[in-house]
Every structure is written in C-alpha cells, then in structure tokens.
Design a protein around this ligand. Structure first.
Ligand code: HEC
Length: 143
C-alpha cells in the first residue's frame, strides 16, 4: 500500500497540470492524504489515458476494437481541481473529444486515422487547460 501511494504521489507530481501545486509529504501517513488530492476529473483523465493506450494496442495489432467506453461521458460532470476550468471552452472541447472518440469505434479500417484525430482533440484542450501531460499524451499517436 505504501508503495502504491508513493507511486501515485510521484505520478501526480510528475504528470499533473503545471499550475497544480505539489503537496509536500511530511510523513508516510500523509502520503495517503495525497492520493485524495487527485480530483475526480484528474482520475478520469488517467483512466482515459489507460483506455486509450489499450485501444492503441488493439488498433496496432489489428484486433477487434470493442465498444465505446461509456465512462468517458463523465468528462461532462466530474469535479475538477480548479472549478474555473469548467468554462465554455472546456464544454465545447469535451464534446468534440467525445465525438472524435465515438467515431473510432465505427469503422475498423479508419480506426488509426480517427484514433490520431482523437489524440489531437485531447491535445487541443490541453494546450489551453493543462499543459503538463501533453508530452505524455503525444506518445499515444500511432505512427
Ligand atoms: C476538454 C478538455 C480536455 C480533454 C478533451 C482532455 N483533457 Fe485531460 N485534462 C483536462 C483538464 C482540465 C485536466 C486537469 C484536471 C484536474 O486537475 O482536475 C486534465 C488532466 C489530464 C491528465 C493529468 C491527470 C493528473 O494525474 O493530474 C492527463 C494524464 C490527461 N488529462 C490526459 C488526457 C488524455 C489522454 C485525453 C484524451 C484521451 C485528455 N486528457 C483529454 C482537460 C482535457
């Protein structure tokens, strides 16, 4: 458990948006507290990242794509670290992102192009809202 917390802490510090302040850890018990510092939205984003990495592997391997993951819709309601980020720009871009994701699952033959277009949609929002994870998101592109 302790190790998991430390890994999560390291992830949170490394990967979160630049503007988010790091929470100093004074003792081991506090590291559990840090786990809860990740907002609902940040946790959703991490899940989306994992799901997209899996989908990427399936596309590269030519496997079946599976179904569109409904949990992405939580992007509309999840609480963010900074409530002010939930503005019109965010709403417009989350809608575009959901549409781009949905398209991928419709046609296996175009999955690669549409997957990359969906990664573009992640990055378009991140350029404005959350610069920190962009380098990591770019690794999702299928060459
Ligand atoms: C409509 C805007 C938007 C889209 C689209 C979007 N993100 Fe995010 N992302 C955000 C915001 C805002 C945060 C900060 C959330 C917070 O701290 O509460 C974030 C945070 C993250 C984080 C950091 C989470 C953490 O550990 O703190 C990752 C990683 C991430 N997004 C990956 C992705 C990936 C991958 C995609 C596409 C599959 C994506 N995002 C699409 C706005 C977006």
């Amino acid at each position: 458990m302790k190790q998991i917390c430390l890994i999560l802490l390291a992830l949170t510090l490394l990967l979160s948006c630049d503007k988010k302040e790091a929470v100093p850890v004074k003792n081991e018990k506090k590291s559990e507290f840090v786990m809860y510092e990740m907002s609902e939205m940040a946790a959703l984003m991490e899940q989306m990242y994992v799901e997209n990495a899996k989908l990427r592997n399936r596309i590269i391997a030519g496997d079946t794509l599976g179904g569109y993951p409904d949990f992405y819709l939580k992007i509309k309601t999840s609480k963010m670290t900074d409530i002010q980020d939930n503005d019109q720009f965010f709403k417009d871009h989350s809608q575009k992102f959901l549409e781009a994701q949905e398209l991928i699952y419709r046609d296996k033959d175009q999955a690669k192009e549409r997957f990359n277009a969906s990664v573009d949609a992640c990055i378009k929002c991140h350029e404005v809202k959350c610069g920190g994870p962009i380098t990591r998101i770019k690794k999702l592109y299928i060459p």
